[in-house]
Design a protein around this ligand. Structure first.
Ligand code: IPD
Ligand code: CA
Ligand code: CA
Length: 280
């Protein structure tokens, strides 16, 4: 049985990954940007190098821990501690020189999130959460907003790369909510959207078809900042279930009332790992 890792590892990861990302930002060779199957889903050298440096740093200290990372997949061990990694969340932004991107790193222990890092080097913001100890940005304590109605809320959302292949592409949710709330943003990096809910900049966020690495860290920031996270039905199937909603808590039920679930029979990609994580 492994111990919960020390939070100090997040600072080491953040410093190393920030260096990699800042070295490549606005200096990418556009011809070297690849498409991962779907034309909208991009891969750059910053994704692969960021993932390498994060995994190497975790392995230096915790060689036996299991890892689930976006670009290299699952490196499973029999450890009950998992690292869930999105090396560059917001790759499209990164590729276009738009500074809203982050490295997202979460540590889950015995099926619960225990540590979270969302490192946004071009914004100069480092979001960290530790289970039971709260969430911070650059060392300042985070607290969700106190907005109590959707009509006064600033919400955020996103649209999956699969949007042409699925029935519930989120356009229906967007059209309902945009007419009810103060306004909606689509900044393009799920982990940071969640960090912004934790910081009280957004009152709520939702998105269907998200992968575990998009939400594993950001959701702990939200709960540690006093907010609520659920799937679209109000349950806790948001890590592997591909439906995540997060808010300051006050507007949560009103937000869920306007969200359609993903289609019946849809099989979330991450389900294959769920049993292994929860069963430990
Ligand atoms: C994407 C971003 C985006 C969200 C997509 C994600 P990536 O992640 O988080 O905001 O709308 O669903 O796939 O591909 O930039 O790591
Ligand atoms: Ca992502
Ligand atoms: Ca990514």
């Amino acid at each position: 049985m492994s111990q919960v890792p020390d939070v100090s590892i997040l600072t080491t990861i953040a410093q190393r990954v920030a260096q990699v990302q800042l070295r490549h930002f606005e200096r990418l060779d556009q011809a070297a940007i690849e498409s991962k199957g779907r034309h909208r889903d991009l891969l750059t050298i910053a994704d692969s190098e960021s993932e390498r440096v994060i995994i190497d740093t975790v392995r230096e200290r915790y060689p036996s821990h299991a890892i689930l990372a976006e670009e290299s997949g699952a490196h499973l061990t029999d450890s009950d501690t998992w690292w869930i990694i999105d090396p560059v969340d917001g790759t499209t932004n990164f590729a276009r020189g738009f500074p809203f991107f982050a490295a997202s790193v979460a540590c889950w222990h015995k099926g619960q999130p225990v540590l979270a890092l969302v490192e946004a080097p071009r914004l100069g913001e480092r979001f960290i959460a530790e289970r039971g100890s709260g969430a911070t940005v650059n060392g300042r304590r985070l607290r969700v907003s106190d907005t109590t109605e959707i009509s006064r809320s600033i919400l955020a959302t996103g649209f999956s790369y699969q949007r042409n292949e699925v029935q519930r592409n989120n356009v229906d949710n967007f059209s309902r909510l945009v007419l009810k709330c103060h306004d909606i943003r689509r900044p393009g990096a799920a982990s940071l959207d969640l960090a912004y809910v934790a910081a009280g900049r957004f009152d709520g966020y939702w998105e269907p078809y998200l992968k575990p690495w998009d939400v594993a860290a950001g959701c702990l920031l939200v709960t540690e900042a006093g907010g609520r996270v659920s799937d679209f039905k109000g349950g806790q199937d948001w890590l592997f279930g591909e439906n995540a909603a997060a808010s300051n808590g006050h507007i949560h039920d009103e937000l869920l009332a306007d969200l359609s679930e993903t289609e019946q029979g849809y099989q979330p990609w991450g389900r294959q790992f769920e049993q292994r994580l929860r069963g430990m």
